[in-house]
Design a protein around this ligand. Structure first.
Ligand SMILES: Cc1cc2nc3c(=O)[nH]c(=O)nc-3n(C[C@H](O)[C@H](O)[C@H](O)COP(=O)(O)OP(=O)(O)OC[C@H]3O[C@@H](n4cnc5c(N)ncnc54)[C@H](O)[C@@H]3O)c2cc1C
Length: 298
């Protein structure tokens, strides 16, 4: 097992920003991502309008492509590896993977989040067949859906609904509470869309695969009813991956331990923003490079 100076785990916006900054500061990092691709979660976005400096709003897929081009410009490749643990090692860290793993002086953990589950019976058996947690996975499995149910009252649910509607689906958003957690333009775009409906006080209690799609049992105004659709997208929140990879992470701390940095959505412990992830990645890279090659003071 050779020793790297800096390993970055995750090639979403945080990991890509960190990788470009490390390379720019003179330390080419080893960049690992389980998907082997750049972009991370933002590749799901219908339109990214809030990242500063964009000439015009970009789809998440296009922004992911831009991140890949940026890495290539700095000659940083992505190694397709899934990291299971990051453990302390004398003078640095061990990064465990399915293979031999790696040693590094510094590790930047930018592994983002995992989806929260719906907590309904049999959920696991339906995943990737009729139940999805990311709209791009749903559209990859069924490119022209006719009817989609989306569960969740937050930004991810609303944004994904626009993307599904744009692909030709009619979309029902089910929200458990009496209000949605979305403001401004995104809310207006959804509520004004002819193919999207939002149902408040509507709780999903069961889900099963049926011929041609999915049957969802819901309770609304004390009445139980059955909804049929091609597929269901669960967008009920996300949580940090950090605790799956390092011991007792402090989710709000960028500097987790000497030489180990947690950034982006993995640090904020939920769905954040591209700009925050990028800022974290830059800050982590500056600290990691300083640690990996301390500047000589004459
Ligand atoms: C539908 C949707 C729309 C959105 N729209 C916007 C928007 O308009 N504007 C905005 O600012 N933000 C938006 N966001 C939020 C934005 O996508 C995230 O805040 C951002 O992607 C977080 O970046 P990150 O690099 O921290 O994590 P992620 O983007 O989640 O990237 C994590 C990366 O780590 C990899 N990884 C995970 N675990 C491992 C492991 N064990 N080993 C190796 N690799 C691993 C993953 O494959 C992934 O590539 C949206 C999110 C969604 C879901």
């Amino acid at each position: 097992m050779g020793k790297e100076r800096i390993i970055i785990v995750g090639a979403g916006p945080a990991g890509c920003a960190a990788a470009v900054q490390c390379a720019r500061l003179g330390v080419k990092p080893l960049l690992l991502d389980s998907s082997g691709k750049a972009g991370g979660l933002v590749a799901n976005a219908f339109l990214v309008e809030n990242y500063p400096g964009l000439e015009k709003p970009l789809t998440g897929e296009v922004l992911a492509g831009r991140l890949a081009e940026h890495l290539a410009r700095f000659d940083v490749e992505i190694t397709a590896q899934t990291v299971s643990r990051v453990e302390p090692d004398p003078g640095g860290w061990i990064v465990r993977t399915a293979g031999d793993g790696f040693r590094a002086r510094c590790v930047i953990l930018a592994t983002g989040t995992v989806p929260r589950s719906l907590s309904i019976p049999g959920e696991r058996d339906l995943v990737s067949r009729v139940l999805f947690y990311e709209v791009r996975d749903l559209l990859a499995a069924m490119p022209s859906p006719k009817k989609i149910i989306v569960v969740g009252g937050g930004e991810s649910s609303f944004d994904s609904s626009l993307r599904a509607a744009n692909a030709g689906a009619s979309v029902s958003i089910l929200v458990r509470s009496d209000r949605v957690r979305v403001r401004g333009r995104l809310r207006e775009m959804v509520t004004g869309h002819p193919e999207i409906s939002v149902e408040l006080n509507t709780r999903l209690i069961a889900l099963k695969k049926v011929d041609g799609g999915v049957a969802a049992t819901v309770i609304s105004a004390d009445c139980e009813s059955l909804r049929l659709a091609d597929a269901l997208l669960a967008a009920v929140g996300r949580k940090s991956t950090a605790s799956l990879i390092v011991s007792s992470p402090d989710p709000l701390s960028l500097t987790h331990a000497p030489g180990l940095f947690i950034c982006g959505d993995a640090r904020s412990d939920g769905l954040g923003q591209v700009g925050i992830a990028v800022g974290d990645g830059l800050a982590a890279a500056a600290l990691a490079v300083q640690r990996a090659i301390p500047e000589k003071v004459k």
